[in-house]
Design a protein around this ligand. Structure first.
Ligand code: AHM
Ligand code: MG
Length: 333
């Protein structure tokens, strides 16, 4: 079988389908190359100085791991000089990072969660990088935080890398979802799955059940019905998985279906859920919708939410369409 590299795939998208520009192609290649670099750092483990905490906190008061900081630096450095970006924003940085004046300014804006699933770093469980690409608003000369506050439906590309038994890159530019596997010997990304589609129906769900006592009634009802299995209203048994790395949980759902939930709960009204709209929910919602699934915050489509602030959190229900629609409908009654 003829092997298609990421570069060849992107050139074909650009030349044959006109679905991406040359700048966007460069941007994706640079991000993919940065992910390769991160994958290499992750793989060093205890043999490199990459495990443990960095003894610093990010803007949301979370203790940063060394790999959070390393991955953030890798993405920033890789994306500064190419002329494809106007600015970047990261889960690990308080505010935006405009491209330094010594480099040309491009028309795209890149957002990322450099190392998602940080609690899994030191125990050798799959982790990943999530990214989202927006266009700078027309006429923007100096990028400001407000320029990033666009609904997720404006994304022109999104993707994630999973650092697991294999290193994978899953990508959409609004023309379906494709998966690339890193050839660790040659260093190239090879197209290994075209047009990934999430099965409509599923018997598998993912939620952190230790928060059950705090869930709101619609989530309690939905999960209780799943747990009742063949004796309950659903009439069959469901299986549960929770990796605590969104990239790994979402990747499983892309491969074999399922629903992923990180709901808001009764603990802190100022913290609606755990996941961040712009670095986690939006890119994953774009990918999931492109793969035939659905993504809501319980009340509305995630991609329709107009962000109010960069680090905004949002409840997340995403995956197989029928299940996402069902749990969303429970929020309406
Ligand atoms: P992080 O970006 O700080 O790693 O946090 C996000 C992660 C997600 O990958 C995952 O779904 C969730 O946090 C797990 O949270 P919990 O530890 O509450 O189960
Ligand atoms: Mg994260």
């Amino acid at each position: 079988m003829k092997r298609i590299s990421l570069t060849q795939h992107l050139v074909e998208e650009q030349r044959l389908h006109h679905s991406i520009t040359a700048e966007l192609r460069l941007l994706i290649e640079v991000v993919a190359s940065a992910c390769k670099h991160i994958s290499h750092s992750v793989g060093k483990g205890a043999l490199g100085d990459v495990l443990g905490t960095a003894h610093s906190e990010n803007v949301q008061g979370e203790v940063q791991k060394k790999l959070d900081v390393i991955s953030n630096e890798i993405l920033l450095e890789a994306n500064e000089w190419g002329g494809h970006l106007a600015a970047m924003a990261s889960e690990e940085m308080e505010t935006i990072h405009p491209i330094p004046h010594r480099y040309p300014m491009g028309e795209y804006m890149l957002l990322f969660d450099p190392l998602d699933g940080s609690s899994n770093i030191d125990v050798n469980v799959s982790i990943g990088t999530i990214f989202s690409v927006l266009k700078a608003p027309e006429g923007m000369t100096t990028p400001l935080e407000k320029d990033f506050l666009q609904a997720g439906c404006n994304q022109v590309a999104a993707g994630y890398a999973v650092y697991g038994p294999q290193t994978l890159l899953v990508l959409t530019t609004g023309n379906g979802v494709n998966c690339f596997t890193l050839n660790r010997e040659t260093g190239s990304w090879i197209l290994t799955e075209r047009h990934m589609m999430i099965p409509v129906e599923t018997k598998e769900f993912a939620i952190n059940a230790s928060n059950a006592r705090h869930w709101h009634p619609p989530v309690q009802r939905y999960i209780n019905e799943l747990l009742a299995g063949s004796e309950g209203p659903r009439g069959h048994n469901f299986n549960m998985r929770w990796i605590a790395s969104m990239v790994a949980d979402v990747h499983r759902i892309l491969c074999r279906g399922g629903i992923f939930m990180y709901p808001a709960d009764a603990r802190d009204p100022d913290k609606p859920g755990k996941l961040r709209l712009m670095y986690e929910a939006n890119p994953m919602a774009f990918i999931v919708e492109q793969a035939g699934g659905a993504a809501t915050n319980g009340n509305q489509r995630i991609l329709d939410i107009v962000p109010e602030k960069l680090h905004q959190r949002v409840p997340v229900f995403l995956g197989s369409k029928a299940e996402v629609e069902l749990v969303t409908s429970y929020h309406r009654v």
